[in-house]
Each structure stands twice: as structure tokens, then as C-alpha cells.
Write a protein that binds this ligand. Structure first.
Ligand code: GLA
Length: 715
């Protein structure tokens, strides 16, 4: 029997359970989110959450863990909705008016008659998915309502989910992992840069103390939005954690008239035992529910040559054709012409907006280069930066009013460029128009879509902040392009990894993970990236040595091993490789192609970091085949390394291990046993590989070892 006036609402699949308690008054309460619970009787939930009165408190018991904490009703928790009308209505108290249940989704419709607001919250949980998503729509029922803040969703976690893992950084140094314990108060991060940003990724992981790759309870949240955002974690009075993620709104950004609505971005959340399972769950979800491939399914990710670091703005047709020849000989499958092909763009000071081919560099247009690339069996891709305009451009001279600006404020450039106001219909049409014409007139299979600056005083024509509408306009252009040119793939790049999120990924097929192509930096950057996103989207290129961002020198093996698990490619003039390097790189590419279905379709294997060594791997569905890379960043601090244990294999099966890495030469220090084991001479039970592990031979700093595990077929 349930407590009077209460109803239990649940949303389940085989992996997750969400339990809400609806009451006669007020918004429903979150009673549980986490590991799937068995079916069965939930009536007791309502008693389990019943609590005593407190001295020195208000006399009504206000729900603590509401699906939408609001102001002015006495729960004193941070609010997930803030807004107002001129004459008040700053508080809100919603009552549930309808619950709509469909297969895999749950919608709560709530109203506040006093404040004249309707709110609908939809939770979705697809069959078999490890990710629950939620978004909210607020509708103004009368007058004019100014919305200051509305979280996309909130979640209440147990008090032991006390350790936070966040990803932050800067240009060329994205996805740094930082961990800390939040004991009281609030932790918040706001991104006000108008794009997803390098500084604060819209995501957070919370877990039980010391959670690791294979232990601890882990909850993760990601906001699917390519603009401003706000993440807060509050320690509630009772010690539980309240997590809120949503769009960061500038003052007056959202003003709703009667009948108008604001819909939040979508918030994605997951629970798992350990970070490895968490990442595998998010990757699987991304593959099934976020990505939209041209042919419905992903085709093998073409190994890519990107011309940027090999040429910068100095485009010379014959040199580019020779690079295409050299690239094809290495096994490259896609040739991407980066910045510098349009307007009069010899450096970054001009021409964004003038998207016509520079006749000095390409007297007969792009056709000859495209034909040459295609004749070599590669597809052709092109760099564009459609949201931008240089003051030194014909477009700006013709339409100086087309930029995002605020009357009376200076026009602040970033990388010498301004941002087009895509919220103006004529600007949006112009941008779509030239992109569309470019695709109609040329055999372009791929755009590298860049976005190289933050937004500053970004007002629309009405003088109000236009950050939200700008992101929606971007999505609209991308959606229209995808609809008109369904075969074209798009990379999301924003000075490297400044726009990687589930808002833009439904329209795109690859990310430029970072402008840093330094292999040692990339080990860490790619590890952070991989927490939420799968490897097949992760642009990872072998580049010059010394590296252009850090000046470090690296062997080709190190550079290739680090790029190996992602969407592999190169970022240098291939003619600059020494003969032995070219031969080795061709072998790496061949190996990548052989293992590509596993690398880009399997489940991620992650490992706790060991003595300056990182490991990363992937395993197929029936656990018959796995590949693991071990990356020694700097010298080991201890003599000998702890045995490398490999969880995730089939404990009952036997495996043979091999080293497919080209050019790897065991040293005379390797033992007989290691040579036999890593040479595939012994079959080892998966159970022992997980429980005891193997001793990896000592690796020099900035060197890697790739291991392949094959299940021995029973006779
Ligand atoms: C950005 C990108 C780079 C390159 C340059 C071109 O920095 O991240 O990869 O395309 O722009 O200007």
C-alpha cells in the first residue's frame, strides 16, 4: 500500500532505473536513479522516503529532491528555474497535471497557475541503452516572462557520490582530467564563450571515493549543446548531491510572450560500475542514438591527410598534387585541403566570408586538384569556416551590419575575425547558399567545419543576447546541408576540440580533437576525450617532428601508435618522411585498416594508469579479439612494472597474444617467457590474464607497445 496521495512513476530498461514519486501537491520527487532494479513492488518507496519533522524549520515538509527545485516554496535548495515578470512571479510551484508514458519515455506535464507557467519534462531511455536523457520545455501561459535560468535536468545522487571528475583545459590542451572531493557547498562551472569551449566541457562524472576504471559507482552527465552552459553540483543538507546542467543564459536572452516556449538542450546521464563500463555505455549510446551516417551505417573511416601543418596558407598546386601522390602511396584514403584556398588568404588576417577560389593559387578552380586526388583513389575534403567573417573581406565591405555586435560596444575581433549573425534570415540563407553551391559544383565528400573564436558582445538585431539563437541557427544550417547533400560528411572543429558535444554530433561525423598533434600530449587529451565519445570520431594524426606546437621530437612509431586507435590520419607533407619512416607509416596504415572494424566497432577497454604508463584497448562483442596499446609517457619510476592485468576478456577462454606493431624489435633484455608469451607461443586463460596479469617488458619513454589478443578456438 502506498502512502496517501502518492504515486510511483518508474522508467526502466535492463541497465538503468529511474524512480519518481508523484505527490498530491508539488513537483514529483526523484527517489532513485542508478543500476537497474528488479521489477516488483515499489509501494514501499513512498515509506522509505518519509522523513521526520525538524526543529527550527518550517512546518510543512517540502520535497528535497524535486525533479525541478524552484524558489520561494521552502525547500531552500538551489533552484533549477529562475525567471520573473515585471510585477513578480519570481517564485514557482508546479503541480503535476499529467504523466504520459510511452515505450522508452516518460513525460511529466506540470503547471503553476499562480506564475502562469507550464513545464514539461521528458525522460527517454531506449531499450538496452546505458544512457538516460532528459530535456524540459517551459511555456509562458500569460503576459511576458523573462527566463534567467532553466536546467536541462537535475539529478539527485547518493551522499557517497562525493568525488568529482571534470574535463577542462585550453587551446591545444583539451580534456584535462581533474578530480576533487566536494564536501560542502556548491561547485559550479560556467561557459560563457558562445561555443562548447576548450575550457569547460559540458560534462561531469561523480563517483564513490576512489572510483577507478573497474571499481566504484560512477554517474556521468553530458549536456548536448554547442553554446554556453552551466554545471552545478550542490551538497544538500542531507549530504546527497544535486547535479544541475543547462544552458547559461545572458540577461534578457530568453523572453517568452504568452504561448511561447523555451526548450532546453538535452542532458544525457548514465550510471555504471567503474569508468570503463561507463565509457563503453556512452560510446554505445553515441553509436546507436546520436550519430547519423550518410548511408545509415558507418563505413570504414578513411585514413586522412590534412594539409594544414604541411602547408599552412602557402598553397601551391603542383606541390599539393605531389603530396596527394605521396599520400596515396602510403595508403591514405581522404585528402583534405585546409585553410588558404579562397579569397586572398595568405595569412589569417583576411578573406573569411569570401568563399570563392583564389585564382592566384588555383587558376582553374579546385577542379584539377579534386580530379587529381580522386584519380589517386582518394576522396576530397575541404576546410570551411562558415560562421566567420574578416573585416578585411568583400563580404564585410558589402554587409558590415551582418555581424554579431552590441550597439555602442567595440567590435572585438578574435583571430582577426568577427562572427556572422546567423539569427538574421538573410545571413543564414547566404551561408547555406554558398555551401550548397560549393557542394553542387565540386566533388567534395567532406567538410572540415571550423569555428575559431569565442563570442563576445553577441547581440541580435533586437539588442538582446543572441547566443542561444546563434547555436540553433548553426544546427539549422547543418541540418539543411545534411538533407540536401546526404552523402557529405562533416568534421566539427573549433580551433581543435572547442566544439565537441552531443548537440553538434548528430550533424557531424568526426571531431578535430585538438590542434595539438604532439603525440605525448595527445595520450592524455585522447584519454579525456574517450570518457564520453567513441574512438572512430576522434581525428588523430601523425604529424611533423619536431612537433609544431611543442617543439618535441618523436619517433614515427610513437606518433603512429598514439594516432592508431582513433580516426587515423596524417598532418604533414608526406614527402618529408624519410624512406624508412614512409615504409613504416604505410605498415601502420595497413595494420589500422586490418584492425579497423574492431578498433571502431568494439567496446572500449580502459585501465587504471600505471607508473607513467597509459593503456587503452578495444574488444569485440564475442570477446574473441582484442587490441590493447600501452603507452609509456616518461621513464618508469620503479624498477619493474606491476603486472598488467587485462579485465574484460572471456575468463573461460584461452588467448594467444601477438605484437602486430610494425618495426617492433624486442631487445636482448626481454626474457624467454616474455618472448614466448608475446610471440603467441602460449595460450593463456582469460581468467589468469585478469587475475595475475603479464609483465610488460620495460618500455623507453615515449614508446608504445600494441598487443593483440586472439581467443583460441576450441578444437
Ligand atoms: C584552426 C584548426 C586547424 C586549422 C586552422 C586553419 O586552428 O583547428 O586545424 O584548420 O584553424 O586556419
Amino acid at each position: 500500500m502506498m502512502m496517501q496521495g502518492e504515486n510511483i512513476i518508474r522508467l526502466d530498461n535492463a541497465k538503468l532505473t529511474l524512480i519518481l514519486v508523484a505527490r498530491a501537491q508539488g513537483a514529483p520527487e526523484i527517489a532513485y536513479f542508478g543500476k537497474a532494479l528488479s521489477g516488483g513492488d515499489l509501494a514501499a518507496v513512498s515509506y522509505l522516503r518519509s522523513r521526520n519533522q525538524f526543529h527550527n524549520s518550517i512546518d510543512v515538509d517540502i520535497v528535497q529532491a524535486s525533479v525541478l527545485p524552484t524558489l520561494g516554496i521552502g525547500n531552500f535548495n538551489p533552484a533549477a528555474l529562475r525567471g520573473r515578470r515585471e510585477n513578480g512571479d519570481w517564485s514557482a510551484d508546479f503541480n503535476l497535471v499529467q504523466v504520459k508514458k510511452r515505450a522508452g519515455s516518460l513525460t511529466l506535464i506540470m503547471e503553476d497557475g499562480t506564475a502562469g507557467l507550464r513545464l514539461s519534462i521528458t525522460y527517454s531511455l531506449a531499450k538496452g541503452s546505458a544512457v538516460l536523457d532528459v530535456c524540459q520545455t517551459l511555456t509562458c501561459l500569460r503576459g511576458v516572462y523573462t527566463l534567467d535560468d532553466l536546467a536541462a535536468g537535475v539529478m539527485v545522487l547518493p551522499d557517497d557520490a562525493s568525488e568529482l571528475l571534470i574535463h577542462d583545459g585550453q587551446w591545444c590542451n583539451e580534456f584535462n582530467e581533474r578530480r576533487f572531493v566536494l564536501k560542502s557547498g556548491t561547485w559550479a562551472a560556467e561557459n560563457r564563450k558562445g561555443r562548447t569551449s576548450h575550457d569547460h566541457f559540458p560534462q561531469i562524472i561523480l563517483g564513490t571515493p576512489g572510483f577507478g576504471e573497474h571499481h566504484g559507482e560512477v554517474y556521468g552527465f553530458h549536456l548536448g549543446w554547442s553554446g554556453n552552459h552551466k554545471i552545478c553540483v550542490d551538497v544538500l543538507d542531507d549530504g546527497r548531491r544535486l547535479v544541475r546542467l543547462g544552458e547559461f543564459l545572458h540577461p534578457g536572452e530568453i523572453v517568452l510572450k504568452k504561448g511561447e516556449s523555451y526548450t532546453t538542450p538535452r542532458l544525457y546521464m548514465s550510471y555504471a560500475h567503474g569508468l570503463n563500463a561507463f565509457s563503453a555505455g556512452f560510446h554505445d549510446f553515441t553509436r546507436r542514438h546520436i550519430l547519423h551516417w550518410p548511408a545509415g551505417v558507418m563505413r570504414a573511416r578513411p585514413i586522412t591527410l590534412n594539409t594544414w601543418e604541411g602547408n599552412y596558407f602557402a598553397h601551391e598546386l603542383s606541390a599539393l598534387m605531389a603530396q596527394a601522390d605521396a599520400a596515396a602511396a602510403l595508403g591514405i584514403e581522404r585528402f583534405v585541403l585546409d585553410d588558404g584556398w579562397f579569397g586572398v588568404r595568405d595569412d589569417d588576417s583576411s578573406s573569411l566570408g569570401d568563399w570563392y577560389v583564389d585564382a592566384r593559387k588555383y587558376p582553374d578552380g579546385l577542379g584539377p586538384l579534386i580530379d587529381h586526388v580522386r584519380a589517386k583513389g582518394m576522396e576530397f575534403g575541404l576546410w570551411v569556416e562558415p560562421e566567420m567573417i574578416n573585416p578585411d573581406s568583400d563580404l564585410y565591405r558589402a554587409h558590415p551590419d551582418w555581424v554579431l555586435t552590441t550597439q555602442g560596444r567595440p567590435l572585438i575581433t578574435g583571430r582577426k575575425q568577427l562572427v556572422l549573425d546567423l539569427t538574421r534570415p538573410e545571413v543564414l540563407e547566404h551561408v547555406f547558399g554558398w555551401l550548397d553551391a560549393l557542394l553542387r559544383g565540386n566533388a567534395i565528400a567532406y567538410f572540415k567545419w571550423d569555428m575559431n573564436r569565442d563570442l563576445v558582445a553577441a547581440s541580435g538585431v533586437n539588442g538582446r543576447p543572441a547566443y542561444h539563437d546563434q547555436v540553433r541557427a548553426l544546427y539549422e544550417i547543418l541540418a539543411r546541408l545534411r538533407a540536401s547533400h546526404p552523402g557529405v560528411e562533416i568534421e566539427t572543429c573549433a580551433s581543435g576540440g572547442g566544439r565537441i558535444d552531443f548537440g553538434v554530433l548528430p550533424f557531424t561525423h568526426r571531431v578535430w580533437t585538438s590542434d595539438s598533434t604532439d603525440a605525448t600530449e595527445r595520450v592524455r587529451i585522447q584519454r579525456g576525450y574517450s570518457r564520453f565519445f567513441p574512438p572512430e570520431l576522434m581525428g588523430a594524426h601523425v604529424s611533423n617532428t619536431p612537433g609544431h606546437q611543442t617543439g618535441r621530437r618523436h619517433t614515427l612509431s610513437w606518433r603512429a601508435a598514439v594516432a592508431f586507435f582513433g580516426h587515423m590520419g596524417m598532418e604533414m607533407d608526406p614527402r618529408h618522411l624519410a624512406a624508412d619512416e614512409a615504409a613504416e607509416l604505410a605498415q601502420w596504415f595497413a595494420l589500422h585498416k586490418r584492425l579497423r572494424p574492431l578498433l571502431h566497432g568494439g567496446a572500449t577497454l580502459t585501465f587504471d594508469a600505471m607508473d607513467h604508463r597509459h593503456a587503452h584497448g578495444v574488444i569485440n562483442e564475442d570477446k574473441s579479439h582484442a587490441v590493447v596499446g600501452l603507452y609509456q609517457i616518461q621513464s618508469q619510476s620503479r624498477k619493474g612494472a606491476a603486472p598488467f592485468r587485462v579485465p574484460g576478456l572471456d575468463p573461460k577462454a584461452h588467448y594467444r597474444i601477438s605484437m602486430p606493431q610494425p618495426w617492433l624489435k624486442p631487445t636482448r633484455m626481454w626474457s624467454e617467457g616474455q618472448l614466448s608469451l608475446l610471440g603467441g607461443k602460449v595460450a593463456v586463460p582469460g581468467e589468469l590474464l585478469a587475475a595475475i596479469g603479464l609483465i610488460i617488458p620495460e618500455l623507453r619513454p615515449e614508446s608504445a607497445l600494441i598487443l593483440e589478443f586472439h581467443k583460441v578456438q576450441e578444437a
